[in-house]
Design a protein around this ligand. Structure first.
Ligand SMILES: [Zn+2]
Ligand SMILES: [Zn+2]
Length: 163
């Protein structure tokens, strides 16, 4: 689904004339196709030999500031996510859906869907600088035990396009 997000993130760094350091590269690698908490990112970075937590913080702040990654609150926790400069999945416009039973998060990356929200009369003459939506609930085939297995969860089937 998001095979090329990583390459797009690197392109975005180059375009802004920002250095692709090893730590930045590692964070982008780790986030490809995933939504992770700071702890999870740090855990993965440690496996790759980055042990300095303040360096990790600094690099995450740097990537946030340059809109290479964004923050999303899912399940009450802050997650980090790679952005791409497309209308439906940039730092400011982003729609996530999560099944109650697992940490699988899917995205609705459709311009029409975002447009529908922006077309609401409330937003007439309103400049939207950020539109993030998180929808949590029970998937179509919800079973609190079985959905813990991502492959069972209906959201995973949608993600893989095999529903
Ligand atoms: Zn996302
Ligand atoms: Zn499910």
């Amino acid at each position: 689904m998001n095979m090329d997000y990583k390459e797009k993130a690197f392109q975005n760094l180059r375009k802004q004339n920002l250095r692709i350091t090893n730590a930045r590269k590692a964070i982008i690698d780790i986030l490809e196709g995933k939504h992770l908490t700071l702890q999870e990112i740090y855990h993965e970075l440690k496996k790759r030999g980055f042990h300095n937590l303040s360096t990790v913080y600094n690099n995450i702040d740097f990537l946030l500031e340059h809109k290479i990654i964004t923050q999303v609150f899912i399940n009450g926790k802050k997650h980090y996510d790679l952005t791409i400069e497309e209308y439906s999945h940039n730092a400011d416009s982003h729609v996530h859906v999560k099944c109650l039973a697992n940490d699988n998060i899917i995205e609705i990356n459709e311009e029409e869907f975002i447009d529908k929200i922006k077309d609401h009369q409330v937003f007439e003459g309103f400049h939207i600088s950020k539109l993030q939506l998180v929808v949590e609930g029970a998937c179509k085939h919800y079973n609190s035990e079985l959905c813990k297995d991502k492959d069972y969860c209906y959201l995973e089937k949608i993600k893989k396009g095999s529903h």
